[in-house]
Design a binder for this molecule. Structure first.
Ligand SMILES: *Cc1c(COP(=O)(O)O)cnc(C)c1O
Length: 375
């Protein structure tokens, strides 16, 4: 699904020099590489504050702690996503409110958000799933109308641009009150272990969060709030400093591969390629996810497995049906899209090193599968 070797080969010298320096100076925690990365990412995203942390799940948790959300507050998020988003809501004893998604973009449905709002609602967490921005125009409008916070889960979408209806172009993750991201190795900007960050344009919030990630300390050994220990280490920051200047190039390589896949599948009626909004710099294809119609997803998956072609099913179970998150509050009739998507989605290999030969082999194999079927 993912090949990280090519990226490493290209930045090996940079990384080795930085690692050597960190090892020589023992600046393992909060060293110059971390400070530098913070500034570099602020510049890249066009955001006032980046606060690095240990991983993307922590980033989401820290964001919610920074907004001072309290047990019982309701937080609306998507039913069709990775569990980290709902996990931290539940961990903080906030009340997760899972809602259905859009069948084209797979992202949280603005209409479903509106229906789910109650007097206890405090925040919305859109996830820019698979690298495609959620409908931030509508989500920000709803948030303003109901005085809600917006925390963007940007773990799969770093580097993507959101085009607002008014014509503004902004990086995903910088539109809401806080953006949270992950630098897990296979993410579009990945380090060589765990890493994450939050971003915000709000000075007070940034100050609050800088203390929260460091045991609630704003002054050494004065613990003003309950915090956590969540740090990006210097070695990971060095990897990210080497990779960040190449992020646009990486995302372009993903888009090029996605376009080739799209073209190959155009004549197969059972294969629906990822939604495109007509703006080339929007989707960063963290995943290239097809919808397989006609009830053929599992048969195709089995065929790909036999052929030795990697694939993924992200995600096979709606969050509202996961044992940890089932709740009487949910009604099956409210999740028609997620319930269908979990049976249709199939993600193909997607990374910066995909070559034409690999794409052709994968596409031809899938075409053969459908050619041999009688419908
Ligand atoms: C990867 C991911 C996370 C969690 O990031 P970690 O660094 O693995 O903790 C959260 N949300 C989404 C949508 C993700 O894809």
């Amino acid at each position: 699904m993912v090949d990280l070797q090519g990226q490493y080969d290209a930045i090996k010298d940079d990384i080795n020099i930085s690692f050597e320096e960190i090892l020589q100076t023992s600046a393992f925690i909060n060293g110059p590489e971390v400070q530098g990365f913070q500034r570099n990412l602020e510049n890249y995203l066009g955001v006032k504050h980046v606060i690095p942390c240990a991983n993307g799940t922590d980033a989401l948790q820290i964001a919610m702690m920074g907004l001072n959300l309290k047990p019982g507050d309701e937080v609306i998020t998507a039913d069709f996503t990775f569990a980290a988003t709902v996990e931290v809501i539940a961990l903080l004893q906030l009340t997760p409110v899972l809602v259905d998604v859009d069948p084209d973009t797979f992202n949280i449905s603005a209409e479903a958000i509106r229906k789910a709002i109650t007097p206890k609602t405090k925040a919305i967490v859109p996830v820019h799933l698979f690298g495609q921005p959620a409908d931030m125009d509508e989500i920000m409008k709803i948030a303003r109308e109901h005085n809600l916070y917006v925390i963007e889960d940007n773990a799969q979408a770093i580097g993507g641009n959101f085009h607002s209806k008014s014509g503004e172009i902004q990086k995903t993750g910088t539109l809401g009150d806080i953006g949270a991201t992950s630098f897990f190795p296979s993410k579009n900007l990945g380090c060589y272990g765990d890493g994450g960050a939050v971003f915000t344009n709000n000075d007070a919030l940034a100050h609050s969060i800088r203390g929260i990630v460091n045991h609630g300390m704003y002054e050494r050994y004065h613990h003003d709030v309950v915090g956590v220990n969540s740090r990006l280490d210097s070695l990971q920051a060095a990897v990210l400093n080497a990779k960040l200047p190449k992020l646009d190039e990486y995302n372009t390589a993903r888009r090029t591969a996605a376009t080739k896949y799209d073209k190959a599948f155009v004549e197969i009626p059972q294969v629906v390629t990822p939604y495109r909004n007509g703006k080339e710099d929007t989707h960063v294809y963290h995943q290239y996810t097809l919808k397989i119609k006609g009830g053929e997803r599992d048969a195709l998956a089995k065929y790909l497995q036999e052929k030795g072609i990697p694939f993924g099913v992200y995600y096979p179970i709606p969050l509202h049906k996961q044992k940890a998150y089932v709740d009487d509050r949910y009604n099956e009739a409210d999740f028609p899209v997620t319930n269908q998507l979990v049976q249709e989605v199939l993600s193909l290999p997607m990374h910066t090193e995909l070559d034409d030969e690999q794409i052709n082999f994968i596409a031809t194999s899938i075409k053969d599968f459908f050619k041999n079927k009688v419908f």
